[in-house]
Design a protein. Sequence first.
Length: 241
Amino acid sequence: MNLLAFDTSTEMMSVAVQRTLDGAGQALPVNQVWQHSAPGGAQTSATLIPTIQRLMAQADLQFGQLDAIAFGSGPGSFTGLRTACAVAQGLAFGADVKVLPIDTLLAVAEEARYQQAADLNTFQVMALLDARMDEMYAGHYAFDNGRWTQIKEGRLIRPENLVCDAGCTLAGNVFAAYGARLPALLAQRVDALPTASAMLRLAPVLLAAGRAVRAEQALPRYIRDKVAQTTLERAVEKAAL
């Protein structure tokens, strides 16, 4: 399966290309992966497409040869999500391929599983991403015999309001900012981001489940609908002080 995956939902930009080659005498095909990560944020709009083009050239792939283009659909940075979705749509339109939106919290969960022990049959994780404004995005997932199940849908919470079973691994990018405010759980903490390589591992099952969509149907997933106050709201708040 030939895949392009990228995520720009956090402070890092992650891009990966997978090309499936014939087994060359082996019983099974061989997947080769080219990947790149770099600081994201304001630089993403200028660096994402050139990075994709470079990795596609290294893999000797044309966009029309892809089975799907996967992108981190959210939650995450508003600008980062819009950038990733727009690039995925544009490339997919031009190449006439499907788009696979992937939950960024699920990608965090998969990255944590892979870091801990890729051969684990069962694994529970609370995926946490910094939402700024003193809040986190949180999603609870369980891995069992090769498949992920969402136990609790992604939501927006304050660090001190997190509830998690003692045996559940905490994973994400929130520990430096909010670690001291998280409940004192007997849970392992794993620094993890929604990497493009994690998305490549998730893609086959998601594609088989029919999660790919046409380019025009691909949308970012926002949990927080509002990130700034209006002029009137700021004035009312100031008057109340």
